[in-house]
Design a protein. Structure first.
Length: 161
């Protein structure tokens, strides 16, 4: 058995066949951070950004990205997501925005990539909207926080909690 599910016996990339899997409720949570200086974070919090509501735009971008994951990641299955959430929190003392996402469905394959894509694109959107204020922002800590459902069961990232 190959340890990489997207590689066939000949070593070629392929899409995993999930036909025989059971449909179960599947949930995944992911996070990302956008680290910035105090002035940039304050402009976001106070709503003084000339492009508009940074958090609202990043939230919508994250949701849209989760819905488009299979067009961005070549071997991902197109999924009928039933819920996507993107929560953004200003962490003032750390000079950063924390992004936490959740993707959910009832289906035959997991939603980890959708949650991770949502977190990544929300972070990129914050960077895009704020780059005129600060070009040296950093996107950090993109990771899976939790996964529920499917054959492999529950996963909780203890290090990220």
């Amino acid at each position: 058995m190959n340890s990489f599910s997207h590689i066939d016996q000949q070593g070629k990339a392929n899409m995993v066949d999930v036909s025989d899997k059971q449909s179960t409720v599947r949930i995944a949570k992911a996070q990302a951070f956008v680290v910035m200086n105090e002035q940039t974070l304050n402009a976001i919090i106070q709503g003084h950004h000339h492009k508009g509501d940074v958090f609202a735009t990043a939230r919508i971008a994250g949701i849209q990205a989760a819905k488009q994951t299979s067009t961005l990641i070549p071997l991902c299955h197109p999924l009928m997501l039933t819920k996507v959430s993107v929560e953004l929190t200003a962490e003032i003392e750390q000079h950063r925005v924390r992004i936490e996402t959740m993707a959910k469905l009832t289906g035959k394959t997991g939603v980890e990539m959708e949650a991770l894509t949502a977190a990544s694109v929300a972070a990129l959107t914050i960077y895009d909207m704020c780059k005129a204020l600060q070009r040296d922002m950093r996107i950090e800590g993109v990771c899976l926080l939790e996964k529920q459902g499917g054959q492999s069961g529950h996963y909780l990232n203890q290090e990220a909690q």
